[in-house]
Design a protein around this ligand. Structure first.
Ligand code: PLP
Length: 393
């Protein structure tokens, strides 16, 4: 069913492609590996004909996702989330064609479910018994849930100051939680030091190739939900970058499948970060190919508190190749935007989701985005785990 053929170095270092039937993490050169599929127009036609009979989850695009074992994908119903036409929010910013991709509707309340569904599916197929992940919160919850669903053990490593609901939810799914002094990068170091010698299967962002594959399905869904047209802009809150990297990869795959004309203008990607941790925004405006680590990273949007991303060059490439841009926004504006999205549309948004609305306003004000453009905001998670932010004025 899956058309996965090989894993390639994302930095094109010249190393031979890797075999996806074996456990693979990074390329020997240290860059992430990316999955490549044998996708062509004939496959695209067959898939399109059967889509209407397939379940409304991300696995409806299974030819373009990694293979599972005989028990099928490890799924909790992730994906095919609503793409809400946000008419009132649109009116508030002077737009007719504003949409919100509401990822809070996923299992564990964030889009991290997609990536972990794909990664844990592969981990089980390749015989893993324990998965481990460093996380700012949401990835840990998703890893814990999908490991439990798969019958695997989960070990999660989070910064000590992570909000309590993230810890309790991991425990709810039976995961073992370790709190680490510092940021997600420190949690990553401790996870690797602890799990490496024990043979745990590490599902850190972009250190295995399949979380990107799960997240790319957001772009497949948007194309399908808009009747096989692209929006003009996608505004995406960026931490480790799996979402942007995956969706940019999906644009090429949809062309290979013949679902989108190769001549169609692909969506412009906007990377949004917090003013207190904006390594990608700074590198974008400096014209740099890689992002220097951000010192003293601070933001209450936990998913954006990523001072250094291993896939920085891939994020920057996606933003530049798409003709997009990068914007930093303040925490107070994000939190106000959570309330605005909730009050206008009935959508529960995480601060990261709020950040996309703030970025939209900034880009409309600068004239970068035109009021007549079709824009998709990514509400990457729900508000429930961040309620403490709403109690503070
Ligand atoms: C992880 C996370 C992000 C950042 O996602 P990436 O795809 O890793 O850049 C944004 N929002 C929320 C709610 C998250 O949990």
């Amino acid at each position: 069913m899956s058309k996965l053929s090989r894993l390639e170095c994302s930095a094109a270092c010249g190393a031979a492609p890797r075999d996806p039937d074996r456990v693979q993490h990074l390329c020997a050169c240290g860059a992430p590996l990316l999955a490549r599929y044998a996708l062509d127009a004939a496959t695209g036609r067959r898939m399109r004909d059967s889509l209407r009979d397939r379940p409304p989850t991300m696995w409806r695009y299974r030819e373009a996702l990694p293979p599972s074992d005989d028990d099928g994908p490890v799924t909790l119903g992730e994906g095919f989330t609503p793409l809400a036409h946000a008419r009132r929010l649109g009116a508030a910013v002077g737009m007719d064609r504003l949409y919100v991709k509401d990822e809070s509707a996923n299992p564990t309340n964030s889009f991290k479910a997609r990536g972990l569904s794909a990664a844990v599916t592969v981990a089980r197929r390749l015989g893993a018994t324990t998965v481990s992940v460093p996380s700012a919160g949401n990835a840990a919850n998703a890893a814990a849930a999908y490991a439990s669903r798969a019958g695997l053990s989960a070990r999660v490593f989070m910064p000590r100051d992570v909000k309590t609901p993230f810890i309790r939810e991991c425990e709810l799914y039976g995961a073992e939680v370790t709190l680490v002094d510092g940021l997600i990068t420190d949690a990553g170091r401790v996870a690797a030091e602890t799990g490496g010698p024990l043979g745990w299967y590490d599902v850190s962002t972009l250190k295995e190739p399949y979380r990107v594959e799960g997240k790319k399905t957001m772009a497949y869904e948007i194309a399908e939900q808009l009747g096989w047209e692209w929006p003009d802009w996608m505004i995406y809150p960026t931490g480790g970058g799996t979402g942007i990297v995956g969706m940019w990869k999906a644009c090429a795959e949809l062309e290979a499948l013949g679902w989108m004309p190769a001549a169609a203008r692909r969506p412009r990607m906007v990377s949004v970060q917090a003013e207190g941790c904006a390594p990608i925004v700074r590198a974008f405006h400096d014209g740099a190919e890689r992002a220097a680590p951000w010192e003293q990273a601070r933001t209450s949007a936990d998913g954006l508190r990523v001072p250094r991303a291993i896939g920085d060059f891939l994020i920057l490439r996606a933003v530049r190749e798409s003709g997009g841009t990068a914007v930093a926004v303040s925490d107070s504006a994000m939190i106000a935007a959570m309330r605005e999205i909730g009050a206008a549309e009935g959508i529960s948004s995480a601060p990261e989701g709020g950040a996309t609305l703030v970025a939209l306003r900034a880009l409309l004000a600068r004239g970068t985005i035109a009021p007549s453009d079709r824009v998709v905001l990514f509400n990457t998670g729900g508000a429930l785990k961040y309620l403490d932010l709403l109690g503070v004025q």
